[in-house]
Design a protein around this ligand. Sequence first.
Ligand SMILES: *[C@@H]1O[C@H](CO)[C@@H](O)[C@H](O)[C@H]1NC(C)=O
Ligand SMILES: *[C@@H]1O[C@H](CO)[C@@H](O)[C@H](O)[C@H]1NC(C)=O
Ligand SMILES: *[C@@H]1O[C@H](CO)[C@@H](O)[C@H](O)[C@H]1NC(C)=O
Ligand SMILES: *[C@@H]1O[C@H](CO)[C@@H](O)[C@H](O)[C@H]1NC(C)=O
Ligand SMILES: *[C@@H]1O[C@H](CO)[C@@H](O)[C@H](O)[C@H]1NC(C)=O
Ligand SMILES: *[C@@H]1O[C@H](CO)[C@@H](O)[C@H](O)[C@H]1NC(C)=O
Ligand SMILES: *[C@@H]1O[C@H](CO)[C@@H](O)[C@H](O)[C@H]1NC(C)=O
Ligand SMILES: *[C@@H]1O[C@H](CO)[C@@H](O)[C@H](O)[C@H]1NC(C)=O
Ligand SMILES: *[C@@H]1O[C@H](CO)[C@@H](O)[C@H](O)[C@H]1NC(C)=O
Ligand SMILES: *[C@@H]1O[C@H](CO)[C@@H](O)[C@H](O)[C@H]1NC(C)=O
Length: 741
Amino acid sequence: MKTSKKNLLFVFFNICIIAAQINASGTNERKPYIVYMGELPEERNYLMDEHHTLLSEAIGDEVIARNSKIYSYGRSFNGFVANLLPHEAELLSREDGVVSVFRNKVQKLLTTRSWDFLGMSGTVKRKHEAESDIIVALLDTGLWVQSPSFNDTGFGPPPAKWKGECVKTGNFTGCNNKVIGARYFNLQNEGPPEEKSPADFDGHGTHTASTAAGNSVHGASLYGIAEGTARGGVPSARLAIYKVCWALGCQDMDLLAAFDAAIADGVDIISASLGGYPRNFFEDPMAIGSFHAMKKGILTSCAGGNDGPDFETVENVAPWILTVAASSIDRRFETPVTLGNGENFSGIAINTFEPKERLYPLTNGPQVRNVSADPFGNVSACDIETLNKNKVKGKIVYCLGVDGQDDTINELGGYGVIMSTDDVTDTAFPNLIPGTFISIRDGVKIDKYINSTRSAQAVISKTITVKTKAPFIASFSSRGPQTLSSNILKPDIAAPGIDILAAYSQLTTMTGEADDKRVVKYNIISGTSMACPHVSGAAAYVKSFHPDWSVAAIKSALMTTAKCTKIRPVGAELASGSGQINPRAALHPGLVYDIQHDDYISFLCKQGYNSSAIAILTGSKKYNCSSFPRAKGADGLNYPSMHVFLNNSQSAFSEVFYRTVTNVGNGKSVYRASIRSPKGLSVTVVPNILTFDRPNQTRSFKVMVKGQFLRQSSWVLSARLVWSDSNHNVRSPILVCRTSF
Ligand SMILES: *[C@@H]1O[C@H](CO)[C@@H](O)[C@H](O)[C@H]1NC(C)=O
Ligand SMILES: *[C@@H]1O[C@H](CO)[C@@H](O)[C@H](O)[C@H]1NC(C)=O
Ligand SMILES: *[C@@H]1O[C@H](CO)[C@@H](O)[C@H](O)[C@H]1NC(C)=O
Ligand SMILES: *[C@@H]1O[C@H](CO)[C@@H](O)[C@H](O)[C@H]1NC(C)=O
Ligand SMILES: *[C@@H]1O[C@H](CO)[C@@H](O)[C@H](O)[C@H]1NC(C)=O
Ligand SMILES: *[C@@H]1O[C@H](CO)[C@@H](O)[C@H](O)[C@H]1NC(C)=O
Ligand SMILES: *[C@@H]1O[C@H](CO)[C@@H](O)[C@H](O)[C@H]1NC(C)=O
Ligand SMILES: *[C@@H]1O[C@H](CO)[C@@H](O)[C@H](O)[C@H]1NC(C)=O
Ligand SMILES: *[C@@H]1O[C@H](CO)[C@@H](O)[C@H](O)[C@H]1NC(C)=O
Ligand SMILES: *[C@@H]1O[C@H](CO)[C@@H](O)[C@H](O)[C@H]1NC(C)=O
């Protein structure tokens, strides 16, 4: 098994896929399916009976049906989970009242400096009372509630609207006035035996919760690294914990149960840093759960995935979700190596170990080869079975590639490890032992030095913090375009997700490895998982000032005030969406692009979703796509960004976007449109002046995007529309891209 956090992060999903494939084999065994039935009926007393009747009819045996049922949803939407055979699932999918039937899948888990960097200092203007009425829900690995980040000193009782529960059991020591609810969902025991409680045995959930809404804690650091004040986006807000991720991953049925509960419990914002199984909206628990949340005015913010820098990798893309990319902040963690000859190399890693000696003996794989071992192993990469324990002892070993060599060298009694790679350039990962990651070019130099002397020596310093230019988008952050609604630009927005310091669980070790001795209260980890709760916190912050704003209004405010990322390679918007969040500016966006529930229905009709499915989804038969007003324009939605996606090699294009903005500023104002666009792309806005007499007034306009790719090899063109009055700049990226050329 790989050891570093990097490997854990990236390898974890593969385990899930293998597990899912094993489950898929063997067709005679019933497997869990989710039977999704849309909106709750008005009469709810017979929900369970109805589920049972449907199930009995499909299975044809009441006893088997009873044993097959796993769970009934019914607090916020209608549906159930049951163990079914494929033909039974097929029968159910044809029933009136059933929107979709889909196999349960396993998804994966996908701050001191970060909030200051976003312009929210410790003294930023806040509405403390309104903020303390905000409840942020985390759908994650649970919580280590004992962390100082969740101390409830100074908090009053939970807001009156709160209807949730606290399950105090096992290592979960109970809730308080900061963490007002905690539950777990593990509808079917699978995977290794684990304590069933809301306690966090992973660290991920504690980290994301404290990033979104942890208290201010002074002097937080990881062994002195990144020392400062750890703070969530809304330190006065309350937390509601829904544990849905376990050692095996995060099961769809558990995730949907958490949505069903959280919406009914009265939360305001839902933060979900998980994903890994993109599929149709009506077969995706994240899209289904967040749709019902949206109807109740609850915003769901999701991680966009860690599968970058490849394009077409972004996930959690439903237009009612806020999809988050990971950006950098203005620092990075360097772990330098100094050789015996005085040469220095700057590595990237989190190294908590202070060297005790000035220099240590240095070697490479070939010099410490075990001559009686596997001659086919990769000795330069330090494969475990190729090295001689006696020769490794006490030394720093230089190894090619990154493949958990810290674990190997630790097991063989080595002191430290230097790994070379060109893959990890922007993200610092920890090792079990003193270690660092350097470029392949520097690696060759170090290797030459080792070969050139009989007594090579080196020292790996403790990590230092270095200022850098920011923001840029993390290489691992997933990129658009996406195939489910391809004219909606995703991800929506970016937030810090590289090397984030936040609270951690003391029920695990710093690297998650059993032989790691380091148990930490604060840890530094990376991922779109870390970016997502920054946006959840920012959304809660905006909501504390504007409690009546819709989900789309909050989303629009965050998107139109975001800052463009400075480094702008071709197609940057496919990585960053509208740019990096700027929470303070989002309090006063001037105009918002609002979207109501019915607009999403028109959009779904335009996307080709079936009338009957949409009728069930909305709980009303009045939504018949053929009689419903048709969504207009390239995307059919009043979205704060504009995207033309050409799934072919055509070079000329001409599309129209219809938009309506609502004045959320004060009274009278005049906004003028300005356009920045490159050669080949013409953008016309009609009208290009919008006059408002009063707040809450709406104005409509259209944006005509026309042009052609001038070079055969070009595939992306980007422009920007900005509506400005004297106080506001309302920005929207406009992106045209094609898949082949
Ligand atoms: C919470 O913080 C207060 C004030 O700083 C302190 O007195 C108390 O011991 C803390 N509680 C816990 C459980 O750590
Ligand atoms: C807490 O978790 C540990 C495993 O990490 C377990 O051994 C112990 O029994 C648990 N404690 C309680 C009170 O359940
Ligand atoms: C290498 O780094 C060490 C500590 O970071 C410093 O003291 C030394 O001057 C550097 N040497 C060179 C040659 O840059
Ligand atoms: C060398 O490899 C052999 C065969 O795998 C193993 O039995 C032996 O313990 C190894 N020797 C050392 C010193 O690591
Ligand atoms: C050994 O592993 C390194 C790093 O993964 C790789 O670059 C190299 O090609 C491998 N060598 C052999 C002989 O497989
Ligand atoms: C160092 O020597 C090893 C063999 O002992 C060889 O495989 C490697 O390529 C050499 N490194 C350099 C940079 O020449
Ligand atoms: C583009 O077209 C190809 C082939 O028709 C299809 O497989 C792919 O999913 C499409 N991509 C998008 C983003 O629609
Ligand atoms: C909706 O789709 C289902 C099959 O997916 C079909 O049986 C049904 O007739 C469709 N309904 C409408 C109104 O198109
Ligand atoms: C939808 O409306 C069209 C025309 O108004 C009608 O022909 C069709 O039967 C309706 N479909 C449903 C599912 O009600
Ligand atoms: C703004 O207008 C909407 C309908 O367009 C209405 O529901 C809402 O109450 C209005 N808000 C204010 C503050 O006037």
